[in-house]
Design a protein around this ligand. Sequence first.
Ligand SMILES: [Zn+2]
Length: 90
Amino acid sequence: MTRLLFWIALVILVVMAVRSKLRAALERAQGQGAGAAPAGADATAWSRVEDKSEPMLCCARCGVYFPASEAVRSEGRDYCSPAHAQLETR
Ligand SMILES: [Zn+2]
């Protein structure tokens, strides 16, 4: 009789372990597949996009906005191209 109880308890434990493993795997798959989850990988991707951005400047000649790395500085002003810097300083 005690052997039967031992086997019943063992089967119950195995079933409970398998169910908890399946539930954890299911939650992991839902989190990766949907893409709508705001936490986790999406948040890090968004911060990476923000890190890549650079400040924009306004051309003193034509008013166009351009990346600060492409700025042409002349007499303390920022221009979108060397041509506009020359036009303004003439
Ligand atoms: Zn310009």
